[in-house]
Structure formats: C-alpha cells, structure tokens
Design a protein around this ligand. Sequence first.
Ligand SMILES: O=C(O)CCC(=O)C(=O)O
Ligand SMILES: [Fe+2]
Length: 219
Amino acid sequence: MNALIPRPRSHPAPGAVHVPGWLSLDEQRELVTACRAWARGPVPMRHTRLPRGGVMSVQTMCLGWHWRPYAYSRIAHDVNGARVAEFPDVLSELGRRALADAYEDEAAGAAYAPDTVLINHYGEGATMGMHQDKDEKSSAPVVSLSIGDTCVFRFGNTETRGKPYTDVELASGDLFVFGGPSRFAYHGVPKVRPGTGDPATGLAAGRLNLTLRVTGLTG
Ligand SMILES: O=C(O)CCC(=O)C(=O)O
Ligand SMILES: [Fe+2]
C-alpha cells in the first residue's frame, strides 16, 4: 500500500462499512502473536473438508464455537474431536470497538457480543469462493479484520453469487463490517496479492483474516 495515497472509508452496500487502516501495527503484531498461540490447539488450524469432497484452499481455526460446513458445535468432530478453546475476552473487546467505530454508534458497539471467530490463513494461491455467512442463528453484524497481504474482497448482494458486487481492496489493518441489510450478502476473496504485506506485522507471508460473529447458539 502506498501510504501517500489516502484510502477513505467506504460503504459498498447498506450496512457494509470498510475502514482502512483500523488496526495499528502494534495491534496487528499482537493479533498475529495471539493467532500463533491459538493455532497450537486444542483444535489446530486445518484445510476444511467440504461435504462433497472438496478441500478449502485457506486454512481455518475457530475459537468459541467450531465451524464446519455447515454448522457450529463446541466439539471439532471433523478435526480431532477436541473441544474448541473459549472465545477470548480480547476479541470481545476488539469486536465492540470495531463495531462502534465502523457504525459510529457507541450503543451498537456496547451491545455487540461475538461468541465465535473464524481465523483464515491464505497461503500461496488460496482464495475463497462467493458464499453467505449463514450458519449463525443471529443477524448481528460480522466484524472482519485483515492482516498481511492485500486481497480483493468481493462484496455482493443477498440474492445471487453474481453481480452486482463491489471489489474492495482489503489491506493489512483494515476493518470491514457487514450487518443490517448486508448481513447475509454473498462475499468472497477472488485474489490475494502476494508480497504486499508488511513483515513487521510478524506475518512473513500470506494473509490472515479474522471474522468475529454472533452464533445465536447456546450450550
Ligand atoms: O478472508 C476474508 O476476508 C473473508 C473470509 C470469509 O468470508 C469467511 O471466513 O467466511
Ligand atoms: Fe464469509
């Protein structure tokens, strides 16, 4: 990213907000360090297997609730049968701050109580097809944080995988929130730009994305 070119915040769709450079370099570094620790288990990062035999190109781990296509559970039956780690307080706090800043609404931030995070690592060539985040039983917003290589984040509509959509460049430190009328919009990552991340984040290569969500589940 060329720091001389300002990247203003944008609203690609109603309820969807992109806030460039939201995380400081120190915060990014702390998150990378934390992700490394979380990746050690009890449920390790893995390429998720899809029901029809495919394997996702990203590697994913979860905290709070474990996601597998297409449901959440406390036990990672598709990985190692272990119970997922608790949802960390540090991410609850970060989620509340993110929502308050993105929506410029302190009350919305204070009321936000994410209980799961999906942490994706995009290695060489990894992408994510257009999909909806719809296994949550809650319409609370999704808070997305990106670290490392810049990607093209395709943010679409709630009806189809296709157009209309907006391509947004998500760079290291960027925040993207989608809620309200955009909560169940299709989105994906058609491209990651290798070598665009700053190694000072602690991530030497690839892209890390954290999505904080409210599952709406209990138990
Ligand atoms: O990597 C991203 O920016 C999006 C990830 C995503 O859509 C997901 O984990 O469901
Ligand atoms: Fe998603």
